[in-house]
Design a protein around this ligand. Structure first.
Ligand code: ATP
Ligand code: F6P
Ligand code: MG
Length: 440
């Protein structure tokens, strides 16, 4: 972490004095306690570079997630709420289910509200009813994609959201979403603080783009990679089957190419991977079109993966649009490339068979795979442990193979991007051999 000034201190609503209901199960078979102490920390950097001549390391560390010996909230009086915001993502229902089961069975919290359709659900004018969540209500939801609570985009009045929390008496709010949701969580947390309320806000980062700052892996990403490999297989089969076949696949990834790059490694049939972090050169000897031509001459087929945020520089600045949440609406680089490739080969009188595959919404709306389901359960349980201990304005993150607490303001407003000189991208370059094709 080059930025050593990030905040790593977690806020608390007050001292946690009530013995946890987990106390009866709090000691493991070998006599060790399973409770975490706030003093257990996970270092931010695994590698520690010593300054020449010094023999002391100064370690930046995150608080380790997990059950605390004492909790802040009285489970018999506590009301909780869960909301899912932004784009769909595999695993949302696993998260909701695990939150409910942990709160209900392990901590004994019996009142859990599901907020419908993201932040809209807090605002009376939309008329979305609350859902009472309990183990029966969430039974089997993990087998379905999407979110049983629904979602929405679009800003809502933060004051009105906190009014709603006060009105329904929520003490612990779980917010599941991407970077925008974390910004909203932070704003809600700040307003709660302004009003001196004892409401804890815990974020669980979600995105198939895997672009949340200080989060090594977000849930849904692994499932998205899985499904993306099917699209790559299909594109490869189509490309191989026809003379000069080209399979072009567009994958999601607004500002970061993690999904495109990882899927290309998981299903190594792609010859070109195009990501937002690297500029695309289209024309000329070292451009994509000439490189595809070289590839066809060599192997008679080609597979191209493009992340949706790649090549946005090809589109004019004048018709810039934003969605309801203020996210930049990306122009369709997949369709653009399809046209450019077709036009190029037509102008050269080279017949091609181009198949364009856009699996975007299929990928993000399916249920989680087994690996993500396990991950969601662990994240959700740690979110409950943190919230019950009275911790607030934090998100649960997976970092250096550990589950940790990250203060919301350390992550919100920043984005994780792929390092073009890092191992992931360099492996993609090796696996595809695309640099050799680009450079003739
Ligand atoms: N700075 C902010 N302050 C308050 N609310 C915000 C802010 N940014 C985003 N939001 C709200 O948070 C919600 C989720 O944001 P958004 O639609 O951008 O999805 P997201 O959480 O980033 O997920 P995705 O990764 O799918 O885009 C929206 O209702 C949005 O209006
Ligand atoms: O079509 P929508 O819902 O605006 O969302 C598209 C965006 O959402 C994401 O799936 C993230 O949730 C991005 O990969 C994509 O750019
Ligand atoms: Mg977002």
């Amino acid at each position: 972490m080059k930025n050593m000034n990030i905040n790593t201190t977690i806020s608390v609503l007050g001292p946690a004095r009530i013995p946890s209901p987990l106390t009866s199960q709090g000691v493991t078979r070998d006599g060790k306690t399973r409770f975490m102490k706030d003093e257990y920390r996970i270092s931010v950097d695994v590698r520690v570079d010593r300054v020449a001549g010094e023999n002391k390391d100064s370690l930046l560390s995150f608080e380790q997630a997990g059950p605390r010996e004492n909790i802040y909230f009285d489970p018999s009086k506590l009301k909780c709420a869960v909301v899912t915001c932004g784009g769909l993502c595999p695993g949302l229902n696993d998260i909701i289910r695990s939150l409910v089961l942990e709160l209900y069975h392990v901590y004994g919290v019996k009142t859990i509200y599901g907020i419908r359709h993201g932040l809209q659900g807090f605002i009376p004018k939309y008329g979305h009813d609350l859902i009472e969540l309990n183990p029966e209500r969430v039974s089997g939801i993990q087998n379905t994609g999407g979110s049983m609570l629904g979602s929405s985009r679009g800003g809502q009045d933060i004051g009105e959201i906190v009014d709603c929390l006060e009105r329904i008496g929520v003490g612990l709010l779980f917010m599941v979403g991407g970077d925008g949701t974390l910004m909203a969580s932070k704003a809600i947390g700040d307003e709660i603080l302004n009003r001196r309320l004892k409401i804890s806000v815990v974020g669980i980062p979600k995105t198939i783009d895997n672009d949340i700052f200080l989060v090594s892996r977000s849930f849904g990403f692994d499932s998205a990679v899985d499904v993306a490999t099917l699209a790559i297989k299909g594109a490869h089969n189509e490309a191989e089957a026809y003379p000069n076949g080209i399979g072009l696949i567009k994958l999601m990834g607004r500002h970061s190419g993690f999904l495109a790059a990882t899927a290309a490694l998981a299903q190594p049939d792609a010859n070109f991977v195009l990501i937002p972090e690297e500029e695309i050169l289209l024309h000329g000897e070292n451009g994509l079109l000439a490189a595809v031509e070289r590839r066809l001459a060599l192997r008679k087929h080609a597979v191209i993966i493009v992340a949706e945020g790649a090549g946005q520089n090809f589109f004019e600045d004048k018709d810039i649009e934003h969605d309801a949440s203020g996210n930049l609406k990306l122009k369709d680089i997949g369709l653009f490339l399809k046209t450019e490739i077709s036009t190029y080969f037509k102008s050269k009188n080279i017949p091609i068979s181009l198949k364009y595959i856009d699996p975007s919404y299929i990928i993000r709306s399916l249920p989680a795979n087994a690996n993500d389901s396990v991950f969601c359960g662990l994240l959700a349980r740690d979110a409950v442990h943190a919230g019950m201990a009275g911790k607030t304005n934090l998100l649960i993150s997976f970092w250096n193979n550990n589950y940790v607490h990250i203060p919301m303001d350390a992550s919100a407003g920043q984005r994780k991007k792929m390092d073009p000189s890092g191992r992931l991208w360099q492996s993609v370059l090796e696996s595809t051999g695309q640099n050799l094709l680009f450079n003739g």
